[in-house]
Design a protein. Structure first.
Length: 231
């Protein structure tokens, strides 16, 4: 969905990718982005790799800068996102940065808020959605901290599993597995219907968010832009 939004909405033509060669998540995100972006007429002008734990991204970013992309996909987690974003801006790279659900963290903006201003990320849901807030507030009340994204995902996975058990009417594992694709559940992250072949959610929209500076509070925040696409 990141590629579709970059091509269809932002009208970007050239993209570069910096990815974690040791991460299946990062490589899968990258491959899907490439396929979608190129199918929409876009061009991948640079593709550079690193390994999780690296701290110096300047060699890869220097090559990316020479390719002059409109957007740089950074499909990895917040620690490396912060480091690479800061180094990209230090090198004078002006391209829009884009990522996914690996970005959000309580410390991301402390580490690289200014460098990430104007960046986009594709997330499973909008944290400010009225249907999401009750779970957030309940979690904070009980644990005294903001929930990570996996909290919401596990919540919905539990609801899907419970619905499948009720549908199967049995504790038999195969019966429950078969029932997983026969139920549709309204969770906090959206409506979930698993595909029969992949068991992945199908037809589920993502939330496009933009990182902006709130002039009133002086703090960076995720601003919901729109729901986009479907798997």
């Amino acid at each position: 969905m990141a590629a579709g939004y970059a091509a269809d909405v932002l009208k970007y033509k050239n993209a570069a990718i910096l990815y974690d060669v040791a991460s299946d998540y990062s490589q899968g995100f990258m491959q899907y982005f490439i396929e979608t972006f190129e199918s929409k007429g876009g061009t991948i002008v640079a593709k550079e790799a690193f390994k999780a734990g690296d701290t110096d991204f300047r060699p890869q970013l220097t090559k990316i800068k020479k390719a002059n992309p409109d957007v740089i996909l950074m499909p990895y987690y917040y620690k490396e996102v912060a480091l690479s974003a800061n180094q990209a801006r230090d090198l004078g790279i002006k391209a829009t940065l884009m990522g996914g659900d690996g970005w959000p963290s309580d410390t991301l903006f402390e580490m690289a808020g200014k460098s990430l201003e104007g960046s986009y990320l594709v997330n499973h849901f909008d944290y400010n959605d009225p249907e999401v807030k009750p779970l957030t507030e309940a979690y904070i009340e009980k644990y005294g901290t903001t929930p990570e994204i996996n909290c919401y995902m596990v919540h919905d996975a539990y609801k899907v599993l419970l619905a499948a058990i009720e549908k199967a009417g049995s504790a038999d594992s195969q019966a429950i597995t078969d029932a997983l694709t026969q139920v549709q559940v309204k969770g906090v992250t959206g409506t979930i219907k698993l595909g029969e072949k992949t068991h992945n959610p199908e037809g589920k929209e993502a939330a496009i968010q933009k990182i902006e500076l709130n002039p009133t509070t002086g703090e960076y925040e995720y601003v919901f832009m729109q729901k986009y696409g479907a798997n």
